[in-house]
Design a protein. Sequence first.
Length: 317
Amino acid sequence: MKVAIIGASGFVGSYLFNFFTHETKFTTIGTAYKNHLHPYFFLDIRDPVQLSSFFVAHKPEIIIWLSAIKNVTMCEIKPKHAYSLNVKPIDNLIQIIKKNNLSCQVIYLSSDYVFDGEKGNYTEFDRRNPKTIYGKTKFQAETLLENSQLNFFIVRTSSIIARESMFVEWLNNELSSNKNVKLLSNSFISPTPISFLLKVIGEIAESKVLKSRHLHCVTNIKMSRFELGKKISKILALGGNIISSNNRSLIPYIQRDLSLIQSFEISHCQKKSFDKSKCEEVHIDTEVQTFLRDNLSDVREATLKDPFAGASCLQLV
């Protein structure tokens, strides 16, 4: 079975490419735009001719679409650019699949930003009401797929915990310089281990029976950015202080509560169990502490050797 990962050189894409490459039941190809060295194919998703040529030539049975501009601030500054990368290519993809009668499944990675961030604990059935340009473009892309009559899955996730992330690199640098770091205690998210995301997408690709076309791939906890920063700083054992702030106006486009409720259909994929009732309140227990320590231990070691090393582990968009 051939899998095409569109955006394979990015943070999540590189993990997925490695995951599927080591799964013998799949033949994996990946695309990249900036980092288009071997083993990736160069692809400008804005070019419909390139897009068509790629899919007609390779005829993948599974398309995992990751490519997008994820910088929330940049999307607000350049909304047309955001549309050209986040929406129009999905429209073109749908037309290419239909025109060429390609038999394939589309797995689209979406975001918690399709919600308004007012109430939190969003399920797959909650009304989408994005407040940012980034969220609106993801919502538009979702809608195109929903109306396409294609075989698709929309996987919404948030705050992916893994190596390589701008957030922890920034936190490392600030704390290594003994600076005080302000993080919001009134803005809530749902941390998601990369291993969980990989397993969920792997099961979708293996054609496991799933009734829902919309899946929330997050852990069954939510926490504030301040609490998460405190946990990470403790694990990294650096100087400086994490200071609680309630002033969301200091950070443009940050919303109050974008936490998601994990989809029941994929709950078996999560190795660690958390009481669902605790999702309704901010809760961090020893299991979360252990999980973060296990996943950040290599970051701590690299940081102690070189405080400004590029090791990082959390994406917060």
